[in-house]
Ligand binder design. Structure first.
Ligand code: 4AD
Ligand code: MG
Length: 482
């Protein structure tokens, strides 16, 4: 057990006896001494001296002792602590109510109770922070809407604790996936002067709102990035395989359960790669993440299955073990037209697929993940590579049941003349994008990449229905609390 050769010193401290208030608990505030609840629950043996702290979930008192469940957020479960009446600190047990913070010293012993192997028999307890009666999380069964209004407290609930541990594990899995494949992690800028998607949905960054752009901080208009792709391409055209993983911002006024104004995106970019290689990587990426979630979820999946989505595990297992269907946009439109369904947005070749169409295709036509490729040129950004048919570009979207679009990508136009013409067609200011054209002037290469919405991935692996519930502090139209 790391950092614990000092058990003897610790017992000496205990037997020194005098509880001189806070100072006798200093060791507990040292991470090397404190053990997490997760660590204790996974212990291989009993331990004579343990120290832990956390927040009280529940407490039951009897005449001679109290049972307290303590949770420190390291895992879903709390650990049971038995506090005998009369031990130092037990005079405050009556104040150790749900939500109060408590520190414990004691012994880790086998638990006779069901569903847990270990419990802590306290030798000393300390009430660190009391909780008044207005603590909003005393009762169970709050609505997601209410919990969003207390976003600073909701990670203390079982469900949201699990969501945010999952968010952390999934980030780590993203880095592992690319690291195993020798991709270089590039930090693309958050403040940018280019509009990657050309959709004009950017937040302006300014210190001089009323002034002229040339008098502003950067001497020109600047924005929060909508995508790190263009800057990512510059690094792929030097280091071959790169990825970015960071916050992106969209000022689109879409008040849906799948759009946020601030969200995180993972964007790999590969030199010497075509659309097929791009679709293959997207599929491998999704499968890797889902397998990782199935294998390393530390019990958190169980709470999503119980409270959010009963079919979660089979759905994830299916994705991890079968190939994604692929379908061209033209085929997708044919499928939608022959469905006989009356969609809110009618379908004809050339329209953008709406969420209702995407979900019909993956939920009812293929019943699983689906990659749609070769979209009409007229509905896609300037940088996508033109196909020989003159009508379509090498775009691809990965659609999954329940969420719809989770990944969007393309092969990039690497031919200088065609790219320049596309930029002119989209009325881009070529002076601003000279650096981007340079990539095609100096040793151009076929290259491709995609963007995966991190929150949408999280919605998929947890079953959570609203993007506001998988990001710690959601920013959506009209909402920027905290
Ligand atoms: O399809 P998008 O707009 O693609 C791009 O930005 C490309 N430049 C990516 C690239 O090729 N490097 O966005 C990519 C993904 C979407 O598939 C979706 O999962 C997510 O980002 N996304 C959003 N997630 C949450 N809220 C929003 N407002 C989102 N907009 C896009
Ligand atoms: Mg897209």
């Amino acid at each position: 057990m790391q950092g614990r050769t000092d058990c003897k010193d610790f017992s000496a401290n205990l037997t020194r006896g005098v509880r001189s208030g806070w100072t006798s608990w200093d060791s507990l505030l040292n991470q090397a001494m404190r053990q997490s609840v997760k660590h204790l629950l996974n212990s291989e043996s009993a331990q004579a001296a343990v120290e832990l702290s956390g927040w009280v979930r529940t407490r039951r008192d009897s005449k001679d002792f109290s049972f307290m469940e303590l949770n420190d957020g390291s895992c879903l479960q709390g650990i049971q602590v038995i506090i005998d009446a009369g031990i130092p600190g037990s005079e405050n047990v009556g104040k150790m109510n749900t939500g109060a913070s408590v520190a414990v010293k004691g012994e880790l012993v086998e638990s006779p109770g069901k569903g847990q192997s270990w419990e802590v028999r306290a030798t000393e307890v300390e009430l660190l922070g009391e909780v008044p009666e207005d603590f909003p999380l005393q009762k169970k069964g709050h609505t997601p809407e209410f919990l969003r209004s207390i976003a600073h407290l909701r990670p203390r609930t079982n469900l949201y604790g699990a969501v945010f541990r999952m968010r952390s594990r999934l980030s780590y899995a993203v880095h592992r996936f690319f690291n195993q494949r020798d991709f270089t992690y590039v930090h693309t800028p958050i403040i940018t002067a280019s509009d990657c998607e050309g959709a004009g949905e950017m937040f302006r960054v300014t210190t001089n709102e009323a002034g002229k752009p040339e008098e502003d901080f950067f001497g020109k208009k600047a924005y929060l990035t909508v995508s790190g792709q263009l800057e990512g391409e510059t690094y792929a055209c030097a280091l071959s395989n790169i990825y970015t993983f960071g916050p992106t911002f969209r000022a689109e006024n879409s008040n849906t359960t799948r759009h946020a104004a601030e969200f995180w995106m993972i964007e790999p970019e590969m030199a010497f790669c075509n659309l097929e290689g791009d679709m293959d990587l997207a599929e491998d990426f999704m499968k890797f993440l889902v397998k990782d979630v199935l294998e390393n979820n530390e019990g958190d999946l169980s709470i999503f299955e119980k409270f959010v989505d009963k079919g979660l595990r089979p759905r994830l297992e299916k994705l991890a073990s079968s190939g994604f269907e692929r379908m061209s946009y033209t085929e997708a439109v044919e499928q939608l037209q022959k469905s006989g369904k009356s969609f809110e947005y009618p379908v004809e070749w050339g329209v953008n697929l709406q969420s209702e169409h995407e979900r019909y295709l993956c939920e009812e036509v293929v019943n699983g993940p689906l990659t749609v490729y070769n979209y009409p040129k007229s509905i896609k950004p300037f940088y996508m590579r033109a196909n020989d048919d003159g009508k379509t570009v090498t775009a691809m979207d990965v659609l999954v049941p329940g969420v719809g679009e989770i990944i969007g990508g393309s092969q990039r136009e690497e031919r200088y003349d065609l790219l320049k013409a596309a930029m002119e067609h989209h009325e881009l200011d070529l002076e601003n994008y000279g650096w981007y054209l340079d990539l095609r002037r100096y040793g151009t290469v076929p290259h491709a990449g995609f963007g995966a919405g991190f929150e949408r991935l999280l919605m998929y692996v947890t079953g959570m229905q609203n993007i506001r519930d998988v990001i710690p502090f959601a920013r959506t139209p009209g909402h920027c609390e905290f």
